[in-house]
Design a protein around this ligand. Structure first.
Ligand code: ATP
Length: 369
């Protein structure tokens, strides 16, 4: 187990600020996923932690010991860090056991100790029965488990995983995610897991750091990211969300406010100090949209069957909302809509013409108590 402290870490390639002043503390034994779109700097962050890149600014400490700063650079082999890459990078001519033992051989660990550590690592990923096979005799998932075992033989305090499931099919991914969690529980290692797949990050990590344009925008438990996103981008990146502009009808009191939007007055939670009359953006999750006879009238635009229910897109007051329907609805159909709960972020002031009350039919306004 290792504790990791990143302070104002930055890395620039030419004109690209790949990692931009990242602060992150990972306590001993935590499983953290770094989630973000392609090019946001995830891999660079991992490479900085592994010691495969030098930082330009800031510092990285492992268990309090400085490993990276503008003046200091501890090389990768001295960091007690294991890395699992997207491509398994196994030696094709070596057996499973030889591949797993490779880092120990390079480190000149004596054969008996090496054999014991390799056996433990292969048992941890349930590959002991296949120890004598060659990589081409294994499935993709098994090959990835060899890569995991190879990273474990050195008993690293910190395991870095860079999109380790990117080359696997959906079913195998789910099994491997369960295995990663089990491995984490057994080993107690601190894990940093890089992915662009939010479902993967949410199912596997204790906390998720959302990265955008080199910056760590929000670091929080999956449910907090979902319920209380710090920005519109985080809201849209995590799960399904509709973003609706509105005007604050009652400013923040105890993290609650009321916002006029879509011709409704919606009670919303917020972390912002919103004042009455301010512009606001409501993050509305589909399960908070209630369809029925009450509320404002919306017109169905699209409908997709998800199994058990439909994800539909409706238009109300000129804005689109995603909702779940438990029966088939067809484009053009009119439905009543109300909103049970939402998350409010500061937004631009609403132009006068968008005043919710003036733009909706009289009597259609719905107040949520
Ligand atoms: P992906 O998910 O596509 O792998 P990523 O989030 O891991 O993306 P990085 O690989 O960290 O992103 O890249 C961040 C930015 O830094 C990108 O704009 C990339 O082009 C740039 N970059 C990364 N490595 C280098 C390099 N060695 N030289 C120049 N630019 C680089």
């Amino acid at each position: 187990m290792a504790r990791i402290d990143l302070v104002e870490v930055a890395k620039t390639f030419g004109a690209t600020r790949a990692v931009d002043r990242v602060d992150l503390v990972i306590p001993h034994g935590e499983f953290v996923a770094i989630l973000g779109p392609s090019g946001c700097g995830k891999t660079t962050l991992l490479r900085l932690l592994a010691g495969l890149e030098r930082v330009d600014e800031g510092s990285i400490r492992v268990d309090g010991a400085l490993v990276s700063s503008a003046e200091t650079h501890v090389p990768p082999e001295k960091r007690n860090v294991g890395v699992v890459f997207q491509s398994y990078a196994l030696w094709p001519h070596m057996t499973v056991a030889e591949n797993a033992a490779y880092p120990l051989r390079v480190a000149r660990v004596p054969p008996t100790e090496r054999a014991a550590a390799t056996h433990d690592a292969l048992a941890a990923v349930e590959l002991d029965a296949l120890a004598q096979r060659l990589p081409h005799e294994l499935s993709g998932g098994q090959q990835q488990r060899v890569a995991l075992a190879r990273c474990l033989t050195a008993k690293p305090g910190l395991v870095l995983m860079d999109e380790p499931l990117a080359n696997l099919d959906m079913h195998l991914r789910e099994r491997m995610l369960a295995e990663f969690r089990a491995f984490h529980a057994r080993s107690g290692a601190t894990i940093l897991y890089i992915t662009h797949d939010q479902a993967e990050a949410m199912s596997v990590a204790d906390r998720i750091g959302v990265m955008q344009g080199g910056r760590l925008v929000q670091v929080a438990a999956p449910e907090e990211l979902y319920q209380a996103p710090a920005t519109v981008e985080v809201a849209q990146f995590i799960g399904v969300a509709s973003i609706v502009p509105g005007r604050v009808a009652l400013g923040t009191i105890n993290r609650l406010c009321r916002v006029d939007a879509l011709g409704l007055t919606v009670q919303a939670q917020t972390a912002s100090d919103l004042r009455t009359g301010d512009g606001a953006l409501l993050v509305v999750r589909p399960e908070a949209v209630i369809l029925g006879d009450r509320g404002v009238t919306a017109v169905v635009q699209r409908s997709a069957y998800l199994g058990g229910r439909f994800l539909i897109e409706i238009e109300a007051d000129g804005h689109r909302l995603k909702a779940y329907a438990d029966r088939r609805v067809v484009p053009g159909e009119r439905v009543g809509v109300s909103i049970a709960s939402a998350w409010a972020l500061p937004g631009p002031p609403l132009p006068q013409r968008s005043l919710p009350h003036g733009s909706t039919p009289a009597g259609k306004r719905f107040e949520i108590a």
